[in-house]
Design a protein around this ligand. Sequence first.
Ligand code: NAG
Length: 343
Amino acid sequence: MTTPSRRLLLLLPLLAVAVAASHPAHEFCAAEGDAGCGGGGDGARILIKGGTVVNAHRAEEADVYIEDGVVVAIRPNIPVGDVNVRVIDATGKYVMPGGIDPHTHLAMEFMGTVTIDDFFSGHAAALAGGTTMHIDFVIPVNGNLTAGVESYKQKAANAAMDYGFNMAITKWNDEVAREMEVMVKEHGMNYFKFFMAYKGSLMVTDDLLLPGLQKCKSLGALAMVHAENGDAVAEGQQRMINLGITGPEGHALSRPPILEGEATARAIRLAKFINTPLYVVHVMSVDAMEEIAKAKREGQRVVGEPVVSELALDDSWLWNPDFTIASKYVMSPPIREAGHGSR
Ligand SMILES: *[C@@H]1O[C@H](CO)[C@@H](O)[C@H](O)[C@H]1NC(C)=O
């Protein structure tokens, strides 16, 4: 971690996308003298000199001039015309936008436990690695969306960086459908997530997914799915228990790629039937990836979310004899075996 972090000079204010709950929805700091934005006052002018500015379209040697938290100019040799400008020497360093992580679960209560990182420690880790904004999933409280938002606002009280909220839909009734509209119109949420896995807790079956997709369509919101066949996963888990395999290694064995492929294919077809776009979160298998690629080739609007752990690791970590090491590699869908995808 030290090498890249020393090389990177993060440009924190470059990206202010989506809805940060710390600011009112859809309001952004204006470039000039907006009180309460970017700190204001004399400290608010920053000139980053001599770095290599990396953006989506190219990398170039340039200076970056920032006023009140907003990038005003990116070009070579910007003169230091004002004594109130704070100059940062970025010679030999990369200057790049902060990353946005669209998929996090900080301080999430789940299966009788809570994710270990809260908004503060999660934000500290993200900032150290160059991610400066994230979008977390509000989990409704007993299916109550408004209560979910209230709960997540409390969780986020110790936030240290920009964040936005999306929401998981875990139950279905007229009240949920009505509240989805409130989430979009009053809280600026623009996507909803449906878990096709986690039977007995978050799982939605097709009779919920279908009206959910329909509601997303009518609201102009994007539907997301965690695509694994939750019924079959429950069966796979029972098989492992019957075999006496209860360690982390049983996790991947209980939910093979075929179950991810099945749910991905089903979600894609249901989204096509409703005629609404689909975002498949954490694509962890070739089985799912091929379904997404096929749908895209056929012109359907489907997005697959890549995950670094799937690209960089294999499930041998789950077999580490030290439980505290192996258990850290448990995620769903699971990290797949070495060679998965090179068949
Ligand atoms: C949902 O929660 C909100 C806020 O806690 C509350 O005001 C509302 O009555 C709840 N709705 C239902 C249907 O229980």
